[in-house]
Every structure is written in C-alpha cells, then in structure tokens.
Design a protein around this ligand. Structure first.
Ligand SMILES: [Zn+2]
Length: 491
C-alpha cells in the first residue's frame, strides 16, 4: 500500500517537473501572418516558445486561452533602429517598447554602439530582458576608440586598419552589421573610402551596412548616392536609416530619392530603408549647421531657414542648461533678451544639446511609406524624449492605416515584421507559421493609436492588448507582466 502511494507520489511529482510547459491558445482572432497576405480567421497554439499549430483549434484541458475575438493577431514588431542601449540596462522590462508591440529591437544605430558588443550582449542575457535584442557595431564608436579626441580629420591608413580590426571583433561577438552616423560629429570627417573598408569586413560575415546618411537636408540626394556607392563597392546590403527630406530646400523631393534607390535596386544594389511616422526629428543641435561653422552668423541663419525658423526648434535635453529644456530657440532668445542665432552659438559653445526639430512634410513621409522597400522603425527607445519612443508602431497602424488609408493593414504589418526580419537574417521570426518562434502581438485594429506627444512622450498607446515574446506573455490586458523571456540574437 505504502509502495503504491509512493509510486503515485513520484508520478505526480515528476509530472509537475517534467511535463511540457502548458500550452497557450490564442482563440478567435484574425491572423495577419506578416508575409503581406490579408487577414484570415485562425487560432494559434503556442508550446515551448514556438507556434505549434494554426487553424480551427479547440482548447485542451488546462490550457491557457487568450480571447482574440475581433482582434488582429500578428507577428511581434521588429524595430531595426532603436536607441534602448542604456535603457535596457536600466529597465529590462522595456515597458514602452513592449506596450507598442515591439518584440525584437536593434541597438547601436547611427554609428554609436555599445562596446565591447560581446560583453554588452552577455550582460543583457544574464540580466534578463523582455524583448529580443540584436546589436550593430557603430562606426563612430570604433573611430573614437582608434582616434580619441583627434577625430576631426580623415583617418590614416593605419587607423582605418585598426578600426577594421575592431569591426571584425564586433562581428565575431555577434553584431548583425555596421551602423554609421555620417551627419554626426565623429562620423562626419570620415571619407567614403574609410567606410567602404569597414563595410567590406562586415560583408564577409553576411552583415548589413545601416546608415544615418551624411546629409538629410539640402544635400540629401548626394548623401544617398554615397550610401549606395558604399553598398556597391563593399558588396553589402544597405539600410538607409529614418529616410527623410529634412529641410525646406528638399521638401517634396521624396520621389527623386525613391528614383535613386529604385535605380540602384535595378542595378543589383540591395538597398532598403526605414522611416518613422513623425514630421519632426530628434538629434544633436549641431546638425542644423552641416558646414560645422557654428559661429558664422550666415550659416546659422541658413540652418534656421532650412527648418522653417527657430520656432520649429525645441531643446529636448541640455545637460549644461536644464532650464532650456522644453523651450523653442526663439522663446529662449526672448527670455534671454538676445537673438535666436546668439542663443544657438551660446548653447553649442557650452557643450551642445539635443533638439526636436519640426522640419518634414507629411507628403514625403507618405511617399516613402508607400514604397515596398521601406520598413517601419522607431529611432526611439526606452525613456526617449521623442514620442516615437512610445508611439511609432501604433501611430502607423492608427493614423496612416486606419485614418489616412495610406497603407493596407497587412502591408503595414509586413513592414513591421517579415521585412525587417529578412533584412536582419532572422529566419525564425517575423512570420506567423508553425515552427517559428512565438513572438506575437494582439491588437484591436479599430482602436490602436499612439498617445505619446512631444510634451507627453511616454503616454501608453491604445488598442494593443497582448504581446508574447518567445511564447511568454510580456503584455497582458495592455499592462506589463514583468516577464523577461527575451533573447540575445547573434549573427
Ligand atoms: Zn539617426
């Protein structure tokens, strides 16, 4: 008798430990699978972090059932350009990211990356994170390691060779590509040839070249040609970051940019781009004056005119003058009884600032989003001061799909899922299919909408109810569960 009891006990006990993790059934939803196909009625079963079954399914005993009736079930969003590098360390649950449906994000864009890459990724893995993370090697990062403070010049051959070694190290440690920020101070003095040498190293590892191009204003088209040349000569896929026509002088010329990219694509250069859904950018104040002549009155005046005037320029963060934050340059000039040009010079001299600058027009954003090779990416991150950090993906779904009807819903989802997955070589994500990783977002297509604004950048979006990362629920009833099932994804 006692023996029998013991047997039963062992059976129950081992069952509790060794049983398959319980399955989850997403029931009654309309599935958009990420490939660009239209939505269809389908239930999904998740087991062991994977999509186990898709079809007309019945709940199993003890199964967790998620009611997806009247909702869209889609692959989790993949954000190829994200600034959560330090944010992830401080807040591993990545609240503002998962609440907008992001399940994989790429850190290290714009030429600035964590370093060493291997150590950064290992830390995230040990710490536990809610989202999957990939990393780029930053061109400016390796350039600064090699050249130190003496970066305002072309690099020597020996210096470029050293940078190439570091890029190689980054790729060996799991990076997915090289990012550059050629419009920023450290990247700007580099020659095209320097970047080509580094891109060739990345090409060897099957990575991509992702660039915030040298100019997003009057010389945008020329800068685009440079990025394409780098792709052609290094034989590497090119991702144009946050494509935009950023000054009055190029407003309305998005079709010319599209033509240049289409020609390159016909010519077998693999060029794609991403775009964020806002008419204002967020960057260092010095990019207003591409010539770098920050104390030349005419150059600064031109910089202001290019963006429609100093009333379009808001200081978002300024470590030397916290009191400037949230104010426009013309307001600051008034308060300080000076001119906006003088204000600019003072801020640059005192150590610079980050600004939000309203300098794009919607027509260009629409043109870009309508290109099949343009993806959705945020350029934001955890605790970013630009509303894109919390609102990008629901903003596209709510405003550009539902309200303005620029895109079909299934096409917008493709731009958020399988398109970036293909770009990054993530073979088991970005599509809802049996056997793929269960990164899934569930939302109400009639309600989904961003709420974050320039004055309230952290507001949580509406309509995104449930998010799964590797089969574990990270968002439930539009709230953060606190689970950290994210993985480090290496090339
Ligand atoms: Zn950028």
């Amino acid at each position: 008798m006692q023996f029998k009891l013991l047997l039963i006990f062992c059976f129950v006990f081992s069952g509790a430990i060794y049983a398959q993790p319980p399955s989850i059934l997403i029931l009654g939803g309309n599935m958009i699978d990420g490939t660009g196909s239209k939505s269809k009625r389908a239930d999904l079963r998740i087991t062991g972090g994977l999509i186990a079954e898709i079809g007309n399914l019945k709940p199993l005993p003890n199964e967790t059932v998620i009611d997806a009736k009247n909702k869209i079930v889609a692959p989790g969003f993949i954000d190829i350009h994200n600034h959560s590098e330090t944010g992830l360390a401080k807040q591993p649950t990545a609240n503002s990211q998962i609440l907008q449906g992001i399940t994989t994000l790429g850190v290290g864009p714009d030429g600035e990356s964590p370093w060493p890459i291997g150590e950064y990724l290992a830390r995230r893995s040990e710490q536990g994170i809610a989202v999957n993370v990939i990393a780029f090697v930053g061109h400016a990062t390796v350039r600064e390691i090699v050249m130190g403070k003496d970066y305002k010049r072309a690099a020597t051959k020996a210096e470029i060779a050293k940078m190439a070694e570091l890029v190689e190290q980054g790729m060996r440690e799991g990076a997915v590509g090289l990012s550059s920020g050629l419009e920023y101070d450290i990247g700007f003095p580099s020659s095209t040839e320097e970047v080509i040498v580094l891109a060739k190293v990345v090409a060897k590892y099957g990575g991509i070249y992702m660039s915030h191009i040298r100019d997003e204003s009057d010389s945008m088209l020329k800068a685009l040609e440079e990025a394409i040349r780098i792709g052609r000569e290094a034989k590497i896929p090119v991702q144009i970051s946050h494509i935009k026509m950023g000054t009055v002088g190029v407003w309305g010329k998005s079709l010319e940019a599209v033509q240049i990219i289409n020609d390159a694509r016909k010519d077998k250069v693999d060029v794609t781009a991403d775009c964020y859904p806002y008419d204002a950018w967020h960057a260092t104040i010095t990019v207003l004056v591409p010539s770098r002549k920050h104390d030349n009155v005419n150059e600064v005046a031109k910089g202001f005119a290019d963006v429609g005037g100093p009333e379009n320029i808001t200081i978002s963060s300024c470590s030397h003058h916290r009191e400037y934050e949230g104010k426009t340059l013309d307001k600051l000039a008034d308060e300080n009884k000076t001119t906006a040009i003088e204000m600019y010079m003072r801020i640059v001299k005192d150590g610079g600032a980050y600004i939000v600058c309203r300098s794009m027009i919607e027509k260009d954003i629409e043109t870009f989003y309508k290109q099949p090779w343009v993806m959705v990416a945020s350029d934001g991150g955890i605790n970013g001061r630009h509303p894109r950090g919390a609102g990008t993906f629901p903003r596209v779904l709510g405003r550009y799909v539902r309200e303005k009807k620029w895109l079909k819903l299934h096409e917008a989802i493709r731009k958020m899922t399988s398109a970036p997955a293909a770009r990054l070589g993530l073979k088991d994500r970005g599509i809802l299919q049996v056997g793929k990783k269960a990164d899934i977002v569930i939302f109400d297509a009639k309600r989904v909408l961003d709420q974050a604004t320039f004055t309230k950048p952290f507001e949580v979006p509406l309509g995104i109810t449930d998010v799964f990362v590797n089969g574990t629920q990270v968002v439930k009833a539009s709230g953060v569960t606190g689970a950290t099932p994210g993985l480090v994804l290496k090339k």
